[in-house]
Ligand binder design. Structure first.
Ligand SMILES: CC(=O)N[C@H]1[C@@H](OP(=O)(O)O)O[C@H](CO)[C@@H](O)[C@@H]1O
Ligand SMILES: [Mg+2]
Length: 550
């Protein structure tokens, strides 16, 4: 194999989309974070090149399609990132995260030896099905990075499929479809029609209750990202009499004052949403449309207040699990001996009320795992029906082969089971998908005949909570355990947190370093908004004092 690296994709000659060379020092190290490599876009060309090479090696090892997604999600438009996707559309295997990190961190001089060492460990058999499938979000650095990916895959002559500007979930879906032709057609159209057709069929066999308060209209904040063009494409296949969507924030500055992350962290209405206008049901995507957050203006005496009432990932998870359980009853009644195992996975950021509701009212013990989709997805895959959502709106439902056989492929007269089978195809089971999740939520709200008031009142009420981002110079000094809820380093900090938390009722708080940004996140909950803010602020101060004293 020819290991000649085109100069523009070497560390020394790393060339940005504006044509400038942004050399990367040999001692600068990068790590594969919560969602791949994510930095200012000028650092990315050589990283993407090397990652696509790693993807091509993985593709050859497994004789399969491997995905490369170029995105920095909810981060500012000057950032970009790259993550790799395994054959069934899920996150890259952890051992391969280590390989990717080693290859990216090699100097230009070390690269050939690093590559040869890696190739020695990987056994390659047949390779005719190996290919690298690459998509990008709407960032202007995307096309240049797509070229870097093409060049990286070419090192091995592995087939390269550029699927253009897509949401992150569309890329995951396409990778699975390339590897499992029965799943769907691996094209934009294949994705749109599989999801839209299932939604329409589900609609047909769902009877809206007579006293329904459901409104088939949503106003969507697209974060000025890929959600705007791509969700429009999907909706071309769904008549507006079934669902009317009004688009906002389509083509201004990406993620600026809008998007699911903005709404979740600030608990404010995004740009171009007015507290006074009658906008009963709103939803926000993030920049690469793998997160969905429902919201509406918070009822307030102050008509100028921009506060938003959130219907976040936890609310969506509880709504979906309630629906799935109801549809499953028919199966459980007819086959009492054979249960499908149903589980819910959350992270420490889940609102305490949601966790209590799932445990006490639904009788399901939620599994709490560290932040990051790979952890949630893995834990959810242990069940026949595994529902996972991060509070920030990233989540989906995964289904086992047993579910596939019993529910999807066994013909039945039972309407609930037919609904469940269709619902499982509206959902994008490869990864959290803002479009698919929005359609799934609408299908469930219509099934119950629920308005936003109903959704707010009939399940549980959030306990007040706050999340604060604290910028730090070196977040690597923070080490956690206990699904990230306890700090083991720096020594002594956890005691301070515990002391602060004990001052308030119904309180819970933790501090954890971000895996995607150079910040430490403080999360706090307590009985009142004032107490929550006080607790959050005092923990923020703990971090600031520590970092300033170092
Ligand atoms: C609290 C929070 O929302 N964290 C997010 C954020 O990770 P951090 O490691 O917390 O920066 O970005 C991840 C990737 O998008 C997402 O999976 C995760 O949930
Ligand atoms: Mg995202």
């Amino acid at each position: 194999m020819d290991l000649t690296v085109p100069v523009e994709y070497s560390r020394a000659g790393n060339t940005t989309h504006s044509g400038n060379v942004h050399a990367i020092q040999d001692d600068e190290k990068f790590s594969y974070g919560t969602a791949g490599f994510r930095f200012k876009s000028e650092k990315l060309p050589f990283i993407v090149f090397r990652c696509a090479y790693v993807a091509s090696l993985r593709a050859r090892q497994l004789n399969s399609a491997i995905g490369v997604m170029i995105t920095a999600s909810h981060n500012p438009s000057c950032d970009n990132g790259v993550k790799l996707v395994d054959p069934s559309g899920d996150m890259l295997n952890e051992q391969w995260e280590i390989y990717a990190t080693e290859v990216v961190n090699a100097t230009d001089a070390e690269l050939p030896a690093a590559v040869r060492a890696l190739e020695k460990q990987i056994s390659v058999g047949k390779t005719q099905l190996s290919r690298v499938v690459c998509g990008m979000d709407t960032r202007c650095s995307g096309p240049c990075l797509m070229n870097a990916a093409r060049a990286g895959a070419a090192l091995f002559n592995v087939q390269f499929d550029d699927i253009g500007v897509v949401s992150t979930p569309m890329l995951h879906y396409a990778v699975k479809a390339f590897n499992e032709p029965k799943f769907a057609e691996p094209t934009h159209d294949g994705y749109y029609s599989a999801i839209a057709d299932s939604f329409k069929k589900l609609y047909e066999i769902t009877e809206e209750p007579k006293d329904s308060r459901y409104q088939p209209k949503v106003i969507v904040d697209c974060a000025n990202g890929v959600g705007a063009p791509r969700f429009r494409n999907l909706l071309e296949r769904i008549p507006s009499s079934l669902l009317e969507v009004e688009f906002r924030n389509e083509s201004e500055e990406l993620n600026q004052g809008c998007g699911a992350d903005f709404v979740k962290i600030s608990q404010k209405l995004p740009a171009n949403f007015s507290p006074t206008a009658a906008e009963p049901k709103c939803a926000s995507f993030d920049g690469d449309a793998d997160r969905l957050m429902y919201f509406r203006a918070k009822a307030s005496e102050n008509s100028e207040s921009n506060d938003a009432e959130l219907f976040d990932g936890d609310k969506i998870a509880v709504l979906i699990v309630t629906y799935i359980r109801e549809q499953l009853k028919d199966y459980e009644n007819s086959t009492p001996m054979e249960r499908l195992r149903l589980g819910i996975v959350q992270t420490a950021y889940a609102n305490g009320s949601s966790t209590r509701y799932i445990r006490e009212k639904l009788g399901i013990e939620p599994i709490i795992v560290p932040t990051g989709v790979k952890h949630l997805h893995e834990a959810a895959s242990e069940f026949d029906i595994g529902i996972y959502f991060e509070a920030n709106g990233h989540g989906t439902v995964v289904f086992s082969e047993i579910f596939d056989r019993i529910i999807r492929r066994t013909p039945t007269e039972s309407l609930p089971l037919r609904r469940l089978a269709l619902f499982s195809r509206v959902i994008n089971e490869t990864v959290g998908d803002a479009f698919a999740d929005l359609l799934a939520v609408e299908a469930v709200l219509r099934h119950y005949g629920w308005s936003m008031d109903d959704w707010a009142e009939k399940l549980y009420r959030d306990v007040p909570n706050v999340q604060i981002k604290v910028p730090v110079i070196d977040r690597s000094i923070f080490k956690t355990t206990n699904a990230e809820q306890t700090l083991v380093k720096p020594v002594g900090i956890q005691k301070m947190i515990d002391t602060d938390v004990a001052k308030y009722n119904n309180s819970r708080a933790f501090i954890r370093p971000s895996g995607t940004e150079n910040i430490v996140r403080v999360y706090a909950e307590a009985d009142t908004v004032e107490n929550t803010l006080q607790l959050g602020k005092s923990l923020e101060q703990v971090v600031l004092n520590l970092c300033n004293s170092n």
